[in-house]
Design a protein around this ligand. Structure first.
Ligand SMILES: [Zn+2]
Length: 392
């Protein structure tokens, strides 16, 4: 990224981003249409489109429909001008994807994660990322960045402040990874990355007010308000797993009692004690598929508790849609009904109207795809870009 040295440079950069964003969203379209949609005059559009073409981010295709006179040449976003890698750190597993600039998945990779100390996790990550980087087709920009979704609180310098499930505090992950792989790195909370993934490419497309709930080893939420991620005063918003749903409930490691995630995430498997034969969601899901009564009953109970927390959030935020992602979404068949029942019985009637509770469309990939998007949008510029979904 170049430094901004004056107002004119800033205005140019913003205009360029607006034009690029418009081409990404509405392509194929003519320069005249870009001018009409953005309100920028034709000379400005022509100059900046020329620069975007020179930068290989926009390309022209043959003439489009004309309403008379010379047929206009149509503009396209060049999604193959570069590639990004997205990574998600989970408790027992690390996932990674290579995408083009439009979010199409080119390749995927994953690895089990047994050790959680920083150097083990970093080494696994470097191997996964490097394996994917060499698979990128040749392009003008090559790998534009790597985005990582982390189960914990992250600051704007890419430092993982606190990730209790990994046992991490104050880990400068962005710096550590950049030093090893030599491309720009973005670090996001996994629920925030998942919210971006679903907002841009999944169940949240065309949504302006979205709550993304990531349910796995704990619960975190990505809050989208007016199409933008709400991060709070210092970037820590969305720790919904630690809102109390039982005033004098079980003690939580966070210091509070009766936290939502003790009842509605994988932590709730402990509530069933020995009656549940496994503590792994994947194993419980396959047991439930075979009709195992205790597993089915327990998922129903988790679904009910999910519904209680969702009711609190819907009453607070009045979202258009709530999207549930993360590893527990694999149990959607058993969670959904009891969860929906609670939401429809308990949510305020006006809040419930035209509000949807859905499961993530990208399945277990919401966070990796959102993390890759974060790296891509960091590369493309200051104005957020919306891109059509094209999953392979
Ligand atoms: Zn807590």
């Amino acid at each position: 990224m170049t430094n901004i040295t004056g107002d004119q440079a800033l205005v140019k950069k913003i205009n360029m981003s607006i034009i690029l964003n418009t081409i990404i969203r509405f392509a194929p379209l003519s320069r005249a249409k870009v001018s009409e949609l953005t309100g920028l005059n034709k000379a400005t559009v022509s100059n900046l489109v020329l620069e975007l073409c020179d930068n290989h981010l926009v390309q022209e295709i043959g003439p489009g429909e004309s309403s008379g006179g010379r047929k206009p040449r149509m503009l396209l976003f060049n999604g193959k001008a570069g590639y990004a890698v997205g990574v998600e750190i989970r408790l027992a597993q690390m996932m990674a994807v290579l995408t083009d600039l439009e979010g199409n998945i080119i390749a995927e990779n994953e690895s089990s994660l047994e050790q959680h100390d920083v150097s083990s996790v970093l080494n696994t990550m470097i191997l996964l990322v490097k394996d994917l980087m060499v698979l990128a087709p040749s392009s003008h920009y090559g790998i534009v960045g790597v985005g990582v979704g982390v189960p914990g609180m992250v600051d704007s310098d890419g430092i993982v402040l606190f990730a209790p499930n990994l046992g991490w505090e104050g880990v400068p992950l962005r710096q550590l990874l950049e030093d090893e792989i030599g491309v720009p790195v973005t670090i996001d909370n996994e629920a925030n990355a998942g919210a971006q993934g679903e907002l841009r490419f999944g169940a949240g497309r065309d949504t302006q007010h979205l709550l993304y709930i990531s349910a796995g080893s704990g619960i975190g939420s990505g809050i989208i308000i007016n199409g933008e991620l709400y991060t709070g005063a210092r970037g820590y918003a969305g720790e919904t797993g630690h809102m109390s749903i039982e005033a004098d409930g079980k003690a939580c490691t966070c210091g509070n009692r009766g936290c939502w995630e003790l009842y509605a995430s994988e932590k709730a498997y402990d509530l069933a004690g020995a009656r549940l034969p496994s503590r792994l969601t994947s194993e419980l899901v396959s047991l439930a598929e075979q009709g195992h009564a205790e597993s089915i009953l327990h998922f129903a109970e988790i679904g009910r508790f999910l519904g209680i927390g969702i009711t609190n959030l819907v009453n607070s935020f009045n979202p258009q849609s709530v999207v549930i992602g993360g590893p527990l979404s694999d149990a959607r068949d058993w969670l959904q009904k009891p969860m929906q029942e609670v939401v429809s019985q308990r949510t305020l009637p006006y809040h419930r109207e035209r509000m949807e509770v859905r499961f993530a469309e990208l399945g277990s990939r919401s966070t990796v795809i959102g993390a890759a998007y974060s790296a891509t949008s960091h590369f493309l510029g200051p104005v957020r870009v919306s891109m059509p979904v094209k999953l392979t």
